[in-house]
Design a protein around this ligand. Structure first.
Ligand SMILES: Cc1ncc(COP(=O)(O)O)c(C=O)c1O
Length: 362
């Protein structure tokens, strides 16, 4: 007989862990039209998959990958036009979010998190013992730059986090506002550019030349369509990356992910064409959604759209799912009560969504 009860064992967890909820995608269920996670609707073309198959046979699965994979790191550095040593790759950008916590968030540290914000950030801050300082958005869901600067000046945090274009709102932060925040901050400003390829404002990467406290976070999960592989990266000045390496688990990017990432980086034209297509599909979806009676639609700078109707979001989500279409309920964010989020899919997926919505609104 063990002398431990489950309660005794659970009490051994750090309180910061016990207070958290696990990250789960709410409402997930198997459907044909999956528009709930801002993924690309495009898988790799069969010709590229065949090319990969060749590479697959060259991989020594019994050997560790390199601690910090050189080839993909260099390919990303060259694509970003940054000097050697400026990139850190990870197992999706989510994993690098935790590296940021390890490096910069200690017990009791304030971290500025404009809200609503991608929920993983607050959870990362709390898990490391820090306190997220929420800065409310404006009534039109834009980031409130003046309020963020006030909070930065007041708290002098080690870290301020911006996501642009933002998940969940879909709105981009004007570049001049980002620069004002970066200039005001003594600490680091992380700019999560997961949806960078869709951003009409363009990337904030060039600010790094002027402001070494800028850290850019990106992913191959969205525009590159590699959510299933887990590949993300951050870009910072080489001295900063070298220091961050000390907190990294080795081997986070496996040989397979590196091969696929390298292949896609060689096919920049394919990614660019697909981004253009997704933008066209998103604009069409936005137009059609906005033309529907009783549907309020937010503007978007991404591959997804927030909308709300007179119906309860949870009920509407269920009705759409009954029609084989999955979207996301934004009700977990205080400011976004009643809103649902739909990822722009292929034209036929978007049509299936619009048909399901029309029928649900009856
Ligand atoms: C703002 C933002 N950052 C990061 C991620 C996650 O990226 P990854 O798949 O690289 O972990 C997402 C995914 O939805 C996101 O919306």
């Amino acid at each position: 007989m063990s002398k431990h009860t489950p309660e005794q064992l659970l009490a051994l967890f750090r309180p910061a862990v016990r207070a958290q909820k696990p990250y789960l995608v709410p409402g997930a269920r198997p459907v044909s039209v999956k528009l709930n996670q801002n993924e690309s609707p495009f898988d790799l073309p069969p010709a590229l998959k065949r090319e990969l198959l060749e590479a697959f046979f060259q991989i020594d699965f019994n050997r560790y990958p390199s601690e910090h994979p050189v080839r993909i790191t260099q390919a990303i550095e060259s694509q970003c036009g940054v000097e050697a040593g400026s990139v850190l790759v990870g197992n999706g950008s989510n994993e690098l979010t935790y590296t940021l916590g390890m490096c910069f968030v200690g017990q009791g540290d304030a971290v500025i998190t404009p809200t609503p914000m991608f929920s993983l950030y607050e959870s990362m801050v709390r898990l490391h013992g820090g306190t997220p300082i929420r800065v409310e958005c404006t009534p039109t869901y834009q980031v409130d730059t003046d309020a963020i600067i006030d909070a930065v000046e007041h708290h002098q945090p080690p870290l301020t986090i911006l996501t642009t274009p933002s998940n969940p709102t879909g709105l981009a932060i004007p570049k001049k506002d980002i620069e004002r925040i970066v200039r005001a901050a003594e600490g680091f400003v992380v700019i999560d550019e997961a949806y960078n390829e869709f951003n009409p404002e363009g990337s904030a990467l060039d600010l790094q030349m002027k402001y070494p406290n800028v850290i850019i976070l990106r992913t191959l999960s969205k525009a590159f369509g590699l959510a299933g592989l887990r590949l993300g990266y951050l870009v910072a000045r080489p001295e900063i990356i070298a220091e961050m390496m000390k907190s990294r688990l080795p081997f986070m990017v496996d040989r397979l992910a590196e091969q696929v990432g390298l292949l896609l980086l060689r096919h920049e034209d394919l990614v660019r064409d697909r981004v253009e297509q997704i933008k066209v599909y998103t604009e069409a979806l936005h137009r059609e959604l906005s033309a529907m009676d009783g549907v309020e639609v937010l503007p978007t700078n991404t591959n997804f759209i927030l909308f709300r109707t007179g119906q309860e979001a949870a009920d509407l989500l269920d009705k759409l799912a009954d029609n084989d279409v999955l979207v996301r309920n934004m009700g977990g964010y205080e400011q976004l009560q009643g809103f649902l989020r739909v990822t722009s899919g292929t034209p036929s997926e978007n049509k299936a969504f619009l048909d399901a919505l029309t029928s649900a609104l009856g």
